[in-house]
Design a protein around this ligand. Structure first.
Ligand code: ZN
Length: 147
């Protein structure tokens, strides 16, 4: 279990240091901004949504390694997914980081965030990009706040 935890930390640190899909997306037709006042994390999510499928996703933001890694892995996870698949993924991810899921949900690589549920303050860092993603998909104009 300790080895697994170390592996998880390594993956999160790697994505935190070298985030994937970082930058603006010129073809974006969905965009939202989010803020986590508790930690000071910001997230801007850009999506290219075409025919109910997220063709491409990128993000910008400044934050702790948990929020950056979460945004990085989220953009990887949602590419090529339908809105229904993303909704299901969001629900499972939320259950994982809040520790409310029954057992460990099917989340593939995103399972590395399981440890976050032990640190209530970090739950908002990990979920900020996802709330921002949801706002982008819903087409809401107001910035998202985790508070
Ligand atoms: Zn944070």
């Amino acid at each position: 279990m300790t080895d697994l935890r170390e592996l998880y930390q390594e993956v999160i640190l790697d994505h935190g240091r070298r985030p994937r899909n970082f930058g603006e997306l010129p073809e974006a037709n969905r965009h939202a901004e989010g803020y986590n006042p508790l930690c000071g994390d910001t997230a801007r999510v850009f999506l290219n949504l075409d025919g109910g499928v997220v063709k491409d996703a990128r993000f910008l933001g400044k934050g702790c390694s948990i929020s950056t890694a979460s945004a990085s892995m989220m953009t990887e996870a949602v590419k090529g997914k339908t809105l229904a698949e993303i909704e299901a993924l969001f629900t499972r991810f939320h259950g994982l980081v809040t520790g409310t899921a029954q057992g460990v949900p099917e989340l593939g690589k995103l399972t590395v965030f399981a440890g976050v549920s032990e640190f209530p303050v970090r739950v908002k860092c990990a979920s900020l990009p996802w709330h921002t993603l949801k706002a982008a998909l819903d087409g809401s104009r107001a910035p998202v706040s985790t508070e």
